[in-house]
Design a protein around this ligand. Structure first.
Ligand SMILES: [Zn+2]
Ligand SMILES: [Zn+2]
Length: 126
């Protein structure tokens, strides 16, 4: 048996190899292969983003997990994380502060929230 996180409501759905997989909570069809690929790509690339940030002299923290997100956010299915950015002990709050990291993240294939003025948001998938 496999499991996947529903990209519509965020719940965990268990399934056998029968397709399509339908979420038992929200009844929407779950795109299993695309979601899994994007979750893995996010997990594979996110450490590279952090290492790049460290190489540029930044330090980072992660916001508390209870931070609110919009409905259907990539945060709910393992395809996004926000980064609090610091340099020389100073918190860098502006979207522009994230530009070097955002461009690197896009180079890796990720989606950077700076494109919609959410500079500390790094996600994967359309
Ligand atoms: Zn669902
Ligand atoms: Zn975010």
């Amino acid at each position: 048996m496999n499991h996947v996180i529903c990209q519509h409501c965020g719940c965990i759905e268990y399934y056998y190899s029968i397709k399509p997989v339908r979420c038992s909570t929200c009844m929407e069809v779950i795109e299993v292969s695309k979601l899994g690929e994007e979750q893995r790509a996010f997990a594979r690339n996110f450490p590279l983003l952090l290492l790049y940030a460290f190489s540029l002299g930044y330090t980072v923290t992660f916001p508390p997990e209870h931070t609110r997100h919009i409905a259907n956010s990539r945060h709910f299915d393992g395809r996004a994380k926000d980064i609090n950015l610091f340099k020389d002990g100073k918190y860098l709050a502006k979207t522009e502060d994230h530009l070097p990291l955002g461009l690197f993240w896009e180079f890796l294939g990720g989606v950077w929230g700076g494109r919609w003025n959410d500079g500390n948001h790094y996600s994967w998938g359309e």
